[in-house]
Design a protein around this ligand. Structure first.
Ligand code: DMJ
Length: 602
């Protein structure tokens, strides 16, 4: 009986209602600890079961991505250009698989790791590799590659323009071996004392910009020494009575000149687009003479700056005054306005550089007077003003840098101005995108005219692989996060792939309505077009815009605050210097032709 009673007590002690009653645990804390331990162990097991596959998948994804990359590097390293296409297809397939894997992780909302974006970025990188490998194979040491004839061409004095222009793109894309070979060429072969009549502008933005940027990215002093040598060589270009530089200089004799077709004037974009590079060089070397030269130019232009902030494209280097010429944000005017803003950013927006910002805002107010809308579709565009003060309803693709500039200029503007700039930037970007999408090849021509009732019509039909539109899309994407800018950029990239890609590099089109190709791979295609596209599909932390500023050839330079510098805005020009307005009459060639001649198509 006793036994039975004990066993029935024991079973009733363990009965469910008792176990579930809080008092059962509170009376004996040991029981409470056991329960707690049981609860924790179960929770961990359940969490682990659910989480492990996700973590494993993430690790797997990382590994796959690394493997694809390694595979790609290995295969492409020694591949001939002919083999590259099949490698690219191989990689694209792998990337697709990877994208498929990544999609299953359910983190698509994170745009930085969005598989489509990752895949697009890799396709741009593959395009860079194709362009670069073709150049390496057929034009090494020349300025540019002629992909159709598989040979090199020297359009910039034989200073290896494509190598220097590509350095930072290779570096940013992680193409280390290619970067190293380019770096070694610069160290061993790049000399500036050549009997060649160089464009001061092109040499500055491509070579000096490329060298400085590589120095900033790597800290390799060799780049800075080369940059200094080059700048020393270019110095006599600023030896004019007004300090306005001549556009051309023989790199050996250092004889300076301007083109006859420009009425012996210097052109605005050429004379006003060296500030970032020379100021940057002074900041990095501690030698103020470089910046003094280029800042004197701005001081001079400030004296003759019109109230609307819009300068004609021809300036006389003797008097320092505008001779004549149209007002434009396209060829021969464009990057002067770009640099007013960017020098302010480069100096970290301090008091020392405030006048640049003021001049820029003044110019933007003037530009508002040139903003027109087409009919019937309402495309917004920037018109030009002729030297006779008439409005010309024309916009160059070159002016498509303006949406990017306006977007960049929203920082530091009053709230009203900032939203005005951004709205205008969006509208202009839509127009520029349509310069591309309105042609049968989906590549933009060089010049567009606007006629009432007929929207835009293509005037100059060639495409030179230019970057301006994708540059603007990159800035707009970073500012707004609107995915449509990435999609637009992708569509443009696809058009380049379809129309401009050849087995031996990329070429421009002679006619965007037929797709007839030319035979030149512009060095800025590697410096700018592909870099901006790559950045469009990269996280904003790659070259963040609060630490870097791009020169007009897309070479990123570190922002270094300018403080405690004397701001001297006054400088005298000798009295005896007289203006020679008459020269402008001799300017008879077309805008597109002038742009081509002055900037080597740039
Ligand atoms: C580049 O050399 C530079 O961007 C320049 O400021 C203008 N155009 C070309 C590319 O189109």
């Amino acid at each position: 009986m006793k036994e039975m009673a004990r066993s029935s007590r024991a079973s009733s002690r363990l009965s469910w209602p008792r176990i579930l009653h809080p008092l059962y645990y509170l009376r004996r804390p040991r029981r409470l600890f056991i329960l707690l331990g049981f609860f924790l162990a179960t929770t961990f097991l359940l969490w682990n079961q659910h989480k492990l596959p996700v973590l494993q998948q993430q690790q797997q994804q990382k590994l796959t991505s690394e493997l694809i990359e390694q595979d790609f590097q290995r295969l492409s390293k020694e591949a001939s250009v002919d083999e590259l296409s099949s490698i690219l297809i191989y990689k694209a397939t792998k990337d697709m698989e990877f994208a498929g894997d990544a999609k299953n992780l359910g983190n698509e909302s994170d745009s930085e790791h969005d598989p489509v974006t990752v895949w697009r970025r890799q396709q741009v990188k593959a395009a860079m590799l194709h362009a670069w490998s073709s150049y390496e194979k057929y034009a090494w040491g020349f300025d540019e590659l002629q992909p159709q004839s598989k040979q090199g061409i020297n359009e910039f004095g034989g200073f290896g323009a494509t190598i220097v222009d590509s350095l930072d793109t290779l570096y940013i894309m992680g193409l280390q071996k290619q970067f190293q070979r380019a770096r070694d060429w610069v160290a061993e072969h790049l000399v500036f004392n050549k009997n060649y009549e160089a464009s001061v502008f092109e040499t500055t933005i491509r070579l000096l910009g490329g060298l400085l940027s590589s120095y900033d990215l790597t800290g390799d002093m060799m780049f800075l020494h080369k940059a200094e040598q080059l700048a020393e060589q270019l110095m006599p270009a600023w030896d004019s009575p007004s300090g306005i530089p001549y556009n051309k200089m023989n790199m050996q004799s250092q004889h300076t000149s301007n083109s006859d077709w420009a009425g012996a004037s210097s052109t605005l974009a050429d004379l006003g687009t060296e500030q970032l590079e020379f100021i940057g060089l002074s900041q990095r070397t501690g030698n103020p003479k470089f910046k003094q030269r280029v800042e004197k130019v701005i001081m001079q232009l400030r004296k003759v700056f019109p109230s609307d902030g819009l300068l004609p494209i021809y300036i006389n280097p003797n008097s320092g005054k505008p001779t004549a010429g149209k007002i434009t944000f396209g060829a021969m005017g464009d990057s002067f306005y770009e640099y007013l803003l960017k020098v302010w950013i480069q100096g970290n927006k301090t008091e020392v550089v405030k006048h640049y910002r003021e001049m820029w805002e003044q110019s933007m107010e003037g530009m508002m007077g040139l903003i027109m809308k087409s009919s019937p579709s309402g495309y917004t565009y920037i018109a030009e003003r002729t030297s006779r003060d008439a409005i010309r309803k024309k916009m160059d693709e070159l002016a498509c840098f303006a949406p990017g500039m306006l977007t960049l200029g929203t920082e530091g503007a009053s709230p009203e101005k900032a939203s005005k700039y951004l709205e205008l930037a969006k509208e202009l970007a839509w127009t520029c995108y349509n310069f591309y999408m309105s042609t049968p090849t989906k590549l933009a021509g060089e010049e567009y005219y606007f006629t009432d009732g007929n929207d835009m019509s293509l005037r100059t039909k060639y495409n030179l692989l230019r970057p301006e539109t994708v540059e603007s899309l990159m800035y707009l994407w970073r500012k707004t996060g609107d995915p449509k800018y990435r999609d637009w950029g992708w569509n443009i990239f696809q058009a380049f792939e379809l129309q401009s890609r050849t087995p031996f590099g990329y070429v421009g089109l002679k006619d965007v309505t037929t797709g007839r190709q030319d035979n030149r791979m512009q060095s800025y295609f590697l410096a700018e077009t592909l870099k901006y596209l790559y950045l469009l599909f990269s996280p904003s932390s790659v070259i963040p815009l609060d630490e870097w500023v791009f020169n007009t050839e897309a070479h990123p330079l570190r922002i270094i605050p300018r403080v405690h510098e004397p701001v001297s805005l006054e400088e005298e020009i000798p009295e005896e210097v007289i203006d020679t307005d008459a020269q402008t009459d001799s300017i008879l060639i077309s805008d597109a032709e002038a742009a081509k001649r002055s900037r080597n198509g740039g």
